[in-house]
Design a protein around this ligand. Sequence first.
Ligand code: GUN
Length: 283
Amino acid sequence: MSARIIDGKALAAGIREDVAQRAKALRAQGITAGLAVVLVGDDPASHVYVRNKAQACEKAGLYSREIRLAADTPQATLLDVIEGLNADPAIHGILVQLPLPAPLDANQVIAAIAADKDVDGFHISNVGLLMTGQPRFIPCTPYGVMKMLESEKVVLRGAEAVVVGASNIVGKPMAMLLLAQGATVTLCNSKTRDLAAQTRRADVLVVATGRPNMIRSDMIKPGAIVIDVGINRLPDGRLTGDVAFDESCAVAGAITPVPGGVGPMTIAMLLVNTIEAAERSLS
Ligand code: GUN
């Protein structure tokens, strides 16, 4: 068996095109959707992500503002910057790139973002709305994964879904979204005993651990849909996911590549959330 490769790049391009149309319609009403991305410190991977986000915005006809702050920025200064963005009518979405350098307190920073501009969906009021089935902003990476499953016409109702990695950014919201679609969800973490016994039950396996090639082909149920959220840079500079791709293609029914899988979808869904925030500002 050779797995279908789920083309995140192509799917994301279609979504971005749709956002561009909505942005055009908004401009006709005098509104340019605006996203502010705040980057603190000089983590090279974060710089790449932030640049990609800004470029995607501009291509879709959104206004993007990058705010770069030194790694030693005091918490109070960062909170002031966010207050300014909360009050700025040109900005509909605010994203603070994580992780923040120590000793900055990410929870306090996220709590300071206006919930109706929180396009990451990380503010506790947005987390609560998602958990109770009334989503306002769905976190971009799990949102993108759901779009991929939808495009593959994966039946989630009654399916066994296993999520590996329980972060606030990916694993926890991912589990909620799968649950909301009727999947039976197992959320694994770094303490899970016999991880392979869990992953082998999965009809849908979502992996977000940040550990290169930790899921091997013998941990995958034949025919499973495998979604690899990991983006890891190897010592030789190449990017690789959390799933051993080549060998897993022989077992999975469908699989996402890295790069070109979930990554482009995350950015596309950030644009969707931003355009939605701007559209809501009209009403
Ligand atoms: N760092 C890694 N992924 C994300 C994300 O989706 N949003 C933010 N703000 N930071 C991240």
